[in-house]
Design a protein around this ligand. Structure first.
Ligand SMILES: [Zn+2]
Ligand SMILES: [Zn+2]
Length: 649
């Protein structure tokens, strides 16, 4: 295979002939610079005398003039040939038939490490074909597989690209692209499954326009392994379907749900077949499980009778948490109450505002004052602990800063967390109108507070950093689910955007609520793990990645901060090991591979790659591999690795 070898040494230049030394225009190379810089020019090469050398503006070595008057080595040191090429992409694999999603409903059967899969992978990398974002064309000269942790749902490819950065100067750079593998049932498997082997289906739904409750439920399911024995999980915009091989497993799952979220259940059965001889009938059961449509941080305006029945709590309450009951809190007094699902379903109510990001306003904390509750506020319903948390917070809208001096002073059950300069999200009740007539009347009459603080923001989200989400110190495991085909095809991009938004909102909830996190497993993020690794080795750990410090900054100043809600290091579990990986037919190393227990052919790690003439970086090499090498100058373009259609050449 004609391919550029990874460790080939560079550079190899064609330098212009050295101009004669007697020319008055010649600029002599300072000896010091010359000895420091390689490559040295061949001395005394006779030239025509027309070429005039200049000194590289960065290192001072003598070179032929070029537009930037910089030598190739210096150009390489500051150039990034990979700019505009994505380093992360998503692949979808069908769990049923192991095929990979190509495009528009086309599925491709191909083995791991194969050429076909490589073609597919590269076609998913944006910025490789044609001109990239910066208008330049890159040439892919090599692509090789890089070992990834089994079950990591990741594939890695090391790409080597070349680009002519200025006339006559070609730079080459290698970098790693990570492919996230998502499970997605193909249409054929879907159809087969529908006629297939399941006996009991649990359809979980929540009639709200976001997925935050399901994101939470997913974490509960994972923590408790409640999905064990489930044949397939399918996700929809408004819920999830769980398929079970028998009634018992489904019943166990439903009883799990009952314990963690407020639900109501309806069962229906359908006769599939009857055996006349034995008189045994075969049924399929469908359990429709509806989760109460109230979600964490929703704002409610209770009917006065309900409020009275809930220990005389204020009518304006927030949903504090969702468990087998709906936990409510009066944000102004800290009084709490629990509403059972039975009470809810008897007389269902809708939130006056749901905690979507579009309904939340950012506030800056300017100060706070202690509050003493008046005697007529029920102390019975408010624990001493909650009373102590209460404070009057002085706030300004973030968007008002530097524009006006409008301030708000409101009580908040989160008051104890607030320090000057903190950033909150809250409901602006001066602006937000309610649908509920009763509530709207009281609101417009000014009987309700101006601001209800919903949560404190942490880390980069508080400071509005563009890549705040990436700098989180924790990450969550996700359930391996099938995305319903109908949902994808309709408006896949919009759905994805909404999902991403819900996920980010959910993470903000998680970040601000310790009680909620008790029910979940939080894992150290890769960023944090890397940072810790760096410290362990005594290295500086930040290197080119100065942003690492940011990830830990909110932990480092714990001592002066009595914030008991923010994520602490000791809450985080080490290395996330994902339970269902891409279902590799490739088994653990050992012996010459033939067929596995399911009769599927598999190869040793790297064996298929070798057979297909593709480089393979094994475990040890992979661990030492930089995610991006520095650019290096090369004298000629290498052979193109694939054609425009990502076919091997
Ligand atoms: Zn230079
Ligand atoms: Zn399939």
């Amino acid at each position: 295979m004609a391919r550029i070898l990874r460790n080939q040494s560079f550079p190899i230049f064609d330098f212009p002939p050295n101009p004669p030394n007697h020319s008055h225009k010649t600029i002599l190379v300072p000896p010091a610079a010359a000895t420091m810089e390689e490559p040295m020019l061949p001395p005394g090469v006779a030239g025509g005398g027309t070429m005039v050398n200049v000194l590289c503006c960065m290192c001072g070595v003598s070179i032929a003039p070029n537009p930037s008057n910089t030598c190739a080595s210096c150009l390489a040191s500051k150039a990034d040939v990979t700019r505009g090429i994505s380093t992360e992409a998503t692949l979808h694999q069908c769990r049923g038939c192991q095929r990979w999603h190509k495009d528009a409903g086309k599925w491709l059967g191909c083995e791991l490490e194969s050429r076909e899969l490589m073609s597919l992978c590269l076609s998913k990398v944006s910025g490789l074909s044609g001109r990239n974002a910066s208008g330049d064309k890159v040439r892919v000269v090599d692509a090789g597989w890089v070992w990834t942790e089994p079950h990591s749902m990741r594939l890695k490819v090391r790409l080597t690209v070349q680009k002519e950065v200025q006339a006559g100067t070609i730079l080459q750079q290698s970098f790693v692209v990570v492919f996230v593998v998502r499970n997605q049932q193909c249409i054929e498997c879907q159809a087969e499954f529908r006629q297939g082997s399941w006996k009991s289906l649990v359809q979980v739904r929540q009639r709200v326009n976001h997925k935050r409750t399901f994101l939470y439920l997913e974490q509960l399911i994972l923590k408790h392994g409640a999905h064990r024995g489930c044949l397939s999980i399918e996700t929809f915009r408004d819920g999830m379907d769980f398929y079970f091989p028998d009634k018992g497993k489904a019943a166990r799952f439903i009883s799990f749900l009952e314990n963690v979220v407020p639900i109501k259940t309806k069962v229906s059965k359908k006769l599939i077949s009857t055996d006349d001889k034995s008189n045994v009938s075969n049924y399929k059961y469908t359990n429709y499980v509806e989760i109460c449509p109230l979600c964490k941080d929703d704002l409610l305006y209770l009917p006065s009778k309900t409020a009275r029945n809930l220990g005389n709590i204020s009518r304006l309450v927030m949903v504090k948490n969702i468990s087998n009951v709906i936990q409510l809190i009066d944000p102004l007094s800290g009084q709490t109450a629990a509403m059972s699902p039975e009470v809810f379903w008897r007389d269902p109510l809708r939130p006056v505002i749901t905690a979507a990001r579009s309904r939340l306003t950012r506030y800056i904390v300017l100060g706070k004052e202690a509050v003493a509750l008046e005697r007529n506020v029920s102390k019975k319903g408010t624990s001493k602990r909650n009373r102590n948390k209460l404070a009057a917070v002085i706030l300004a809208k973030e968007e008002d800063l530097g524009i006006n001096d409008v301030q708000y002073e409101e009580r908040s059950h989160l008051g104890y967390l607030m320090r000057s300069g903190d950033v909150n999200e809250g409901y602006d009740l001066k602006e937000l109108q309610f649908v509920d007539d009763d509530a709207e009347e009281d609101r417009s009459a000014g009987k309700l507070p101006d601001v209800v603080v919903v949560r404190k923001l942490y880390g980069g989200v508080a400071t509005n950093e563009a890549d705040a989400a990436k700098k989180r110190i924790f990450r969550l495991q996700r359930l391996d689910v099938d995305v319903a085909e109908s949902m994808r095809s309709r408006s896949a991009k919009k759905d994805q955007e909404m999902e991403d938004m819900d996920e980010e909102d959910f993470l903000r909830e998680v970040e601000a609520d310790k009680e909620m996190r008790v029910n979940m497993n939080l894992y150290k993020s890769e960023l944090l793990a890397k940072k810790e690794e760096g410290e362990g080795e005594g290295g500086d750990g930040n290197g080119a990645n100065g942003s690492d410090n940011n990830a830990k900054s909110n932990i480092d100043n714990d001592e002066e901060d009595d914030d008991d809600q923010q994520v602490k290091l000791d809450e985080l579990l080490d290395g996330l090991v994902l339970s269902d990986g891409p279902d590799k037919p490739m088994a653990d190393a050992g012996g010459v591979a033939k067929t596995d227990e399911f009769g599927m052919q598999y190869y040793e790690e790297g064996e298929k790659a070798t057979k297909d003439g593709i480089n393979y970086a094994g475990r040890d090499e992979a661990r030492q591999m930089e995610s991006k090498d520095a650019a290096k100058p090369v004298n000629v373009f290498g052979k193109e690795f694939m054609n425009k259609e990502f076919k091997f050449l």
